[in-house]
Write a protein that binds this ligand. Structure first.
Ligand SMILES: [Zn+2]
Length: 330
């Protein structure tokens, strides 16, 4: 751009005169003007080259820092993944017939009974949903960085539960992290024992395999929440009737999709961190959640069975919809 504009200036009619006036020269010879223009071009060229060279060096340094940050991050993520793989069984190995039977112990009638005891009366439409929310009988459930779950195809206008069921959902999220931490602790002890027995590695479990791997939060997917009877009827193209009343209409139930999870990986540090954040963190979080879905499903199932045993929830395994239908007894 600089070169073109100088050439244009020199070539244009009356350029000599203008240039002369600007530089305060009295001699009006075109040769001098051109010579000065040539010097200016060379100067601009040198400055341009210096700038380009500097920029290239800076870009190279930036690219190297980014590359280093990415490989460091990927290595850390890989370590976390190995930790999960070594500490959790896959669902198919975990789920014995006895365990799956427990997931069919409390069926629809029990859930409807719980809904009568703990839920609101069946929500017909969005107008009554608004009234119940205003009265505090139903509360909005939000998905933030702090919540241990995320929404999977749940319309924003139906993300409501009774206060008790909302608290129950958070209890499931908290318990899942505890179950994961306990399995991880067992893995660490095992690694430490193996290393002590084989005599290699550092004593007392201070080696890398036995070290705590700083577990990230694993989030599960909520695939259904409040379902007003009118909405369910529209979905099925029928009139609302009693058979469509489910505990989902009463604010005490939600479905947990068991085929997808999200691992909330830590923020990257150092140079290039922002770029790592943008390009990798979320993507890797979903990829790891998908890759380890069988392991995480085992941990989620263990969580739900514990809480059902403690009397907080009823769970039904719904194989066709690939989810757990959960009703909170609170
Ligand atoms: Zn359900």
């Amino acid at each position: 751009v600089v070169r073109v504009s100088i050439l244009k200036f020199v070539d244009s009619p009356g350029a000599s005169f203008e240039f002369q006036k600007m530089t305060g020269e009295k001699r009006g010879k075109g040769g001098t003007i051109l010579w000065k223009a040539a010097l200016a071009l060379i100067g601009a060229g040198l400055i341009g080259f210096g700038g380009w060279f500097y920029l290239q060096a800076a870009l190279r340094a930036q690219a190297e820092a980014f590359e280093a940050a990415v490989s460091e991050y990927v290595a850390a993520v890989h370590k976390i993944e190995r930790g999960f793989v070594e500490s959790l069984p896959i669902y198919q190995d975990y789920a014995t017939a006895a365990k799956e039977a427990k997931l069919r112990e409390f069926l629809l009638a029990d859930h409807l009974d719980a809904a009568r005891r703990f839920g609101v009366s069946p929500v017909a439409d969005e107008a009554s949903l608004g009234e119940l929310t205003a009265a505090g009988s139903l509360v909005a459930v939000e998905n933030t960085a702090e919540t241990g779950f995320y929404f999977y195809n749940v319309p924003g206008r139906f993300r409501y539960l009774t206060p008790g069921a909302a608290a129950g959902l958070n209890s499931i999220a908290d318990r899942l992290q505890r179950v994961l931490a306990e399995k991880e602790a067992v893995r660490r002890q095992r690694a430490a024992r193996n290393q002590n027995e084989s005599g290699d590695g550092a004593p007392n479990g201070n080696s890398s395999a036995a070290a705590a791997s700083n577990l990230p939060v694993v989030k599960f997917a909520v695939s259904s929440m409040l379902r007003p009877t009118g909405y369910q009827a529209r979905l099925r193209g029928r009139n609302a009737n009693a058979s469509l009343v489910s505990s989902h209409s009463q604010g005490v139930s939600f479905d947990l999709f068991y085929d997808e999870f999200y691992v909330q990986l830590a923020d990257a540090a150092g140079p290039g961190a922002a770029a790592v954040q943008e390009t990798l963190r979320r993507r890797l979080g979903y990829l790891m959640g998908a890759a380890l879905r069988r392991q995480f499903r085992a941990a989620l199932t263990e969580t739900l069975l514990q809480l059902q045993e403690e009397g907080l929830i009823y769970v039904i395994l719904e194989k066709r919809q690939r989810c757990y239908h959960v009703t909170v007894l609170r």
